[in-house]
Design a protein around this ligand. Structure first.
Ligand code: SAM
Length: 262
């Protein structure tokens, strides 16, 4: 066990509570692949809660019209505050509100969240959440991109996937270390069998068995790909003297194309 959660279970690395109006949306994405493997192995404990369980009115109402007029509905503060306080009080961890107005989710933030003992993810709907609930709860507000989705469920799934795969024991040892963004660069090209496909050959160096040459080739290709596709990442990527030498060679080969837009 990496640390104690303070919740009911103490044998998991990360407990994640998700608060949503649509719990059924999570059954498919969490039922297979890496998330299932992580939950079955006791590496993470995922629990999905229906926000309506904290709506103590006859019809379990959780939303109401916008004060001041305007289209749509807003999620009422009472059930949200009651639910979040109950879940956070269990000691299960950091409260996160998924919102397009939050800080962008990136690999660094995913890595930080993977070090938490627990996460409580609040999924908004409609026009969003009554501002007073956010004033009281002061969640970490996270966005998955500069576009607006219908609800916070898909962003919560994205966040869970990005975080859970970083927990020790979920991926093969070292598998995430060379991923794009993990080293500040994009990952270079990857190949598998067959050695020749429609006349295209796997680069000879990858078949050489020379680990030092392969590592150097991979680093060069990561630098090349980053320079081609996301040159701005190179401003903050930690680069060694050898990286800088390789980068000068890459830059001499080709100008940056910038991001491809449709
Ligand atoms: N009226 C809000 C605004 O303009 O900022 C958008 C509300 S959106 C239709 C409903 C809910 O979807 C939000 O409360 C949030 O939970 C979620 N959501 C939508 N886009 C998101 C994004 N890019 N990242 C994270 N959550 C998002």
């Amino acid at each position: 066990m990496r640390r104690r959660t303070g919740g009911e279970r103490e044998d998991v690395d990360l407990r994640i509570d998700i608060l949503t109006l649509f719990p059924e949306m999570f059954s498919g994405p969490f039922a297979g692949g890496m998330i299932r493997k992580a939950t079955e192995a006791g590496i993470c404990d995922l629990r999905v809660h229906d926000l309506r369980d904290w709506a103590h009115t006859a019809h379990r109402v959780v939303d109401d019209e916008v004060f001041g007029g305007g289209p749509g509905m807003v999620l009422k503060p009472e059930p949200i505050v009651a639910a979040c306080e109950a879940l956070v009080a269990k000691g299960t961890g950091r409260l996160v509100y998924l919102t397009p107005q939050g800080v962008p989710l990136d690999q660094t933030l995913a890595g930080r969240l993977a070090l938490e003992c627990g996460l409580v993810l609040l999924c908004g709907r409609y026009e969003g959440v009554d501002e007073r609930a956010l004033q009281i709860l002061r969640p970490l507000e996270i966005s998955i991109g500069d576009y607006v989705l219908t609800g916070g469920e898909l962003p919560a799934m994205v966040l869970v996937d990005a975080v859970v795969r970083l927990l020790p024991g979920v991926l093969a040892a070292g598998a995430a270390a060379e991923d794009s963004f993990a080293t500040g660069l994009l990952e270079g090209p990857q190949y598998t069998r067959p050695r020749v496909f429609r006349g295209l050959e796997v680069p000879e160096v990858l078949l050489s068995g020379d680990h030092a040459r392969i590592a150097a080739w991979r680093r060069y290709e990561a630098l090349r790909r980053t320079w081609r596709r996301r040159p701005e990442l190179l401003r903050s990527a930690p680069l060694s003297a050898e990286d800088r030498r390789m980068l000068r060679a890459v830059m001499a080969e080709e100008p940056p194309a910038g991001r491809t837009q449709p």
